[in-house]
Design a binder for this molecule. Structure first.
Ligand code: 7RM
Length: 656
């Protein structure tokens, strides 16, 4: 984009005046404060935003870098901060959660209700033998029970690990084994888009796959009531576990560094990494970013459409909005059921003021709205909205403009928030009352975050030149380690190339030559982003080659897709002759089903192309960059002189 066509959207006068961070000077003052006294800045905010049982005396401990510690001698409890203190501050009768079920049924819970529910659940967990430091895996759909289960773990100092309900038994098993969880919280079923899908049966299957000896109990929430198998001595209905439990539970005061949760995310190599987050630093950034990025005020109705199985649901459903005593929507269903107007109808019905969703959802709803007036945002009253947010992948300017004009009525700032599972909360994002917006740019770092774009040696590149996105200083909500693999943590995020001094995000970025605004140019590793879901190409390749009766070799790359951002494209060499026609279709289906079983339906490749071989160098390395061109149906313009078998490119190019 040339500077001449860069269109700036200034914050509206009202937001610029009333926002927590009101105006660019206010933003710059915070940035300057953090630069002048980094620890003083974070220490001040940690005292202002969180309630501590025991105050901390040291802000940052870098003595064992990159294993940084924040507020280490302070003690607190996350669930106390999200629930009790709101009740104590007179918000007991305020609605904490407005839950809307797939079928449209609405349930509201107040802070007092949610606290009691959490306490009873916490007591039930204790009664089942869960103690501070134990891990609890949560495999459940979007629900009040899901949020309460996370809060209950936090309350007793158990570390939760939520596994997204779309993951398969095999993936669930891997995560259970890696965490060594003592207990699993699940439901009989989940209901999405009018369909009832199993959860408990998948837990049973996961446990039957072996390696999960740590699991002693499975608590089962009744969602469908449709009946599931219960294993005597292991499985307990949640209702029975809760019966007779006290509605009061003294919080376990934990050290600020105590692991609040583990969340698995895909990396560039083999198996997913258990990202470990702390209690104090994480909760601070969850609360602070919710406050400043969304300008969340007492009378707002906040709706983050993410699932609690992803980090966005952790930070901007379970922790951030509740830590601020806000009112939020929890939605069980999908954006297209009963029709693609569901989001707009819910915004209208609940008078949502701050709405946070993913570009992929926006793009699919644009398509639907273009062919059907009834599901177009203009058919709904969206006048309650004041701030819009985007997360998970780059938002293309056309989708941005549509979101701005048709959903936001041209008056709502869009905060395009760049962050990651590992960062715990927003890293680069506009602040709605301060930052002039440019469609497609996540603009400037959150105050206190020191982001930069560097070359391979770690040297900052001039604005206007693309490079590698890094963070120069540790920040409170950063990943603490990879569960059980500290070496991998160091190698992945504090690589030797940068002398262990810079946090490597794994994304490329470029800063605008004039404004210094950041634009994320996409992953620089083998991680794909499909509908905002992060997936490692290696993971999908291993799943393919694990189909040993069929697959000899496989390579997976991403290609651009109008709706999902990226699409998965698999190149497969079979152990039998290269199939064509109906046979190719049947085998492709078999492979997709296999991947759904190994990882989950979200990892199914959109394209599967069969070849006699893959493009390889003379030393046998698969040349993935050539496959990326083939996947896009582009002519291969790269240098192919090192290619052992150039003819294979034509074959793969035609194999579609
Ligand atoms: C929150 C989340 C992280 C990866 C990240 C990027 C991409 C996320 C944006 C974005 C451009 C954005 N966590 N990403 N947000 N790219 N603009 N606003 O998504 O761990 O699942 O994914 O997602 O590549 O590294 S995540």
């Amino acid at each position: 984009m040339s500077e001449a066509d860069t269109k700036l959207y200034q914050p509206d006068a009202e937001t610029a005046k009333s926002a927590y961070v009101a105006g660019m000077e206010a933003y710059q003052a915070l940035v300057a404060e953090a630069e002048a006294d980094y620890e003083g800045y974070w220490g001040r905010l940690a005292k202002e935003l969180l309630s501590w049982k025991q105050p901390f005396t040291q802000v940052l401990d870098s003595s064992n870098a990159p294993f940084f510690k924040w507020f280490a001698d302070g003690k607190l409890n996350a669930s106390y901060n999200c629930l009790d203190r709101n009740v104590e501050n007179g918000k007991g009768d305020k609605t904490a959660i407005i839950f809307e079920a797939d079928g449209g049924e609405v349930t509201k819970v107040t802070y007092k209700d949610l606290l009691e529910r959490t306490c009873r659940l916490a007591n039930a967990l204790k009664a089942q033998g869960v103690k501070k430091g134990d891990r609890v895996v949560i495999y459940i759909a979007m629900s009040i029970d899901g949020v309460a289960a996370m809060q209950a773990c936090a309350r007793i100092g158990a570390t939760h690990s939520v596994v997204f309900g779309g993951f398969s038994a095999q993936s669930l098993r891997d995560r259970i084994e890696d965490t060594g969880a003592k207990l699993i919280i699940t439901a009989d079923h989940q209901v999405r888009g009018g369909k009832q899908l199993p959860l408990k049966a998948i837990v049973d299957e996961a446990l039957s796959l072996g390696g999960c000896d740590s699991v002693q109990k499975v608590l089962v929430v009744k969602r469908s009531g449709a009946g599931v198998a219960m294993t005597e001595g292991r499985d307990v209905w949640m209702d029975e576990a809760l019966a007779g439990q006290d509605a009061v539970c003294e919080p376990e005061w934990v050290e600020a560094e105590h692991p609040l949760f583990l969340l698995y995310t895909s990396g560039s190599t083999g198996k997913p990494k258990g990202v470990q987050h702390s209690t104090g630093g994480y909760l601070l950034h969850a609360a602070l970013t919710t406050k400043w990025t969304f300008d969340l005020k007492d009378d707002d109705v906040f709706w983050c459409t993410a699932d609690i199985g992803w980090v966005t649901g952790h930070t901007y459903i379970t922790y951030g909005p509740l830590a601020l005593g806000g009112t939020e929507i929890v939605f069980e269903g999908v954006p297209t059921y009963p029709d693609a107007g569901r989001f707009w109808k819910m915004i209208q019905d609940h008078k949502v003021t701050v709405f946070y969703t993913a570009p992929t959802a926006i793009r699919s709803l644009i398509k639907a709205a273009e062919s059907n007036e009834a599901v177009h945002p203009k058919s709904y009253d969206l006048s309650s909205l004041r701030i819009l947010g985007s997360v998970g992948e780059p938002i293309n300017p056309a989708a941005w403009e549509w979101y701005h004009q048709h959903v936001g009525g041209g008056r709502c700032p869009i905060v395009d928030t760049f962050w990651q599972t590992e960062t715990g909360g927003h890293m680069i994002t506009p602040l709605p009352g301060a930052t002039p917006l440019v469609p497609g740019s996540c603009t400037l770092p959150f105050p206190g975050i020191q982001a930069a774009v560097v070359d391979e040696t770690g040297k900052e590149v001039p604005w206007g030149q693309g490079g590698i996105l890094v963070v120069k200083k540790p920040w409170p909500s950063m990943i603490r380690t990879i569960w059980g693999d500290p070496e991998r943590f160091k190698k992945s995020y504090y690589p030797e190339d940068f002398k262990g001094q810079l946090y490597l995000a794994g994304d490329g970025a470029i800063r605008d030559a004039k404004t210094g605004y950041f634009t994320i140019t996409g992953r620089i590793d083998d991680v794909l982003n499909v509908s905002g879901h992060r997936m490692g190409t290696m993971e999908i390749e291993s799943a393919l080659v694990s189909c040993t009766e069929l697959v000899a070799e496989a390579a997976v790359v991403g290609r651009p897709d109008d709706t999902t951002g990226e699409a998965i494209c698999a190149f497969v060499v079979l152990k039998r002759p290269r199939p064509s026609g109906d046979e190719a279709k049947a085998i492709a289906k078999q492979l997709r089903d296999h991947i759904a079983k190994e990882i989950g339906p979200i990892a199914k490749p959109k394209d599967i192309r069969f070849g006699d071989n893959l493009p390889k160098t003379r030393s046998g390395k698969i040349m993935r960059r050539l496959l990326r061109s083939v996947a896009k149906n582009e002519a291969v313009t790269q240098d192919t002189s090192t290619l052992e078998n150039p003819a294979i490119l034509d074959q793969l190019g035609q194999a579609y």
